[in-house]
Design a protein around this ligand. Sequence first.
Ligand code: XUL
Ligand code: CO
Length: 449
Amino acid sequence: MADYFVGSKEYFPGIGKIKYEGPKSDNPLAFKYYDAEKVVGGKKMKDHLKFAVAYWHSFCADGTDPFGASTIIHPWKTDAKTPMEGAEHKLDAAFEFITKLGAEFYAFHDRDIAPEGETPAESEKNLIAITDKAKKYQDATGVKLLWGTANIFTNPRFLNGAATNPEFGVVALAAAQIKAAIDATIKLGGAGYTFWGGREGYMSLLNTDMKREKDHLAKFLSIARDYARKQGFKGAFYIEPKPMEPTKHQYDFDTETVIGFLRYYGLDKDFRLNIEANHAELANHDFAHELETAAAAGLFGSVDANRGEPRNGWDTDQFPNSYYETAAAMLSILKVGGFTTGGLNFDAKIRRNSVDPADLFIAHIGGMDAFAAGLEIANRVITDGKIAGFVKNRYSSFDSGDGAQFEKGGLTLEALSGIGTKAGYGKTGLTSGKQEYLENIFNQYLLGL
Ligand code: XUL
Ligand code: CO
């Protein structure tokens, strides 16, 4: 039996199972660092990293940009007579690609996997038919669904938003999609369900009632949660922050904003964060900053693994390739105990001039290698313990005595001020933060790979 899946037709002929060949390999279709079964820090690489292939970028996006037509030919689209046949071929191509690559998960929007019909009922019927087939393919291959979601931003009816749309009728149509997408996610055993608020924001304050829109968004999320739980969904709900694009301002601006929103509306028991590297950058944050912010709130969930182009102000969704950034991210992820329901979903697309079928493999291989290397580097930082030891010691004055009392809430402002006044100025506070020393240590681990 082949160690990969081929459906009605082989869509990536000439490419077999991608194998680990080590850092010296010059085979572009081999892993240099990602060795799925290798144990790092007590766990296999594949179980740490939980890679997912994003359906929309890999099997739908065709290189179109605001200045040019499509450049990437998808044979699974061109060889189909009807949209449903196209969806079936796309599913074949997706499972062939995912199994050849050796990723264990995938993620999709409803409209990526099945076409919209003439009516909401027909759309739902299409989704049920294709996901029935996806279930069979999952069972046959062992590939799992990291999360499902609904595309409630592409169709023109969502031009003023979905859950935050000023027209009730649009909110109801968004609900029809979300309900069907939740059903599909449950059927496929999805570990999560993601809400990325594509157009849940505003283009102008002059036509916007912000309070009402945010209330509607919270109401929508809470009834979606209630429905899914009633249907037996045990997985995580994710909110994926992004500050802007396509709206001028998106309500889920960044992780800190989402945490405030979830807590204000009492949604923080069920919802966690799906953090995307490129979105972090658009919000003027480091990727690791967003991960640590979610972790500090106990709301870390999953990751959309990609990168931006630092000098471009938009979401370029490129494949991750900075070992420094993946190491910093993996350090934050390991510190919080690793993924539970989440994983590393490649919300990334090949450039429009990457027109060879092999380019899709090469891009994913690079991203998987970057995170595997990041994992090894982060594991060494943790095992060695120098940096963590430094951080622990930096706060040690709160571990006992008056500092510990303060942390416990045992000191009034008068008592605290009394301690400061009695101690006097002296040299208190003139302690080095040792940033360069720590950065140098981090670089030693990076190069010691
Ligand atoms: C858009 C984006 C989405 C979400 C899923 O910027 O990241 O693809 O990940 O809707
Ligand atoms: Co994303």
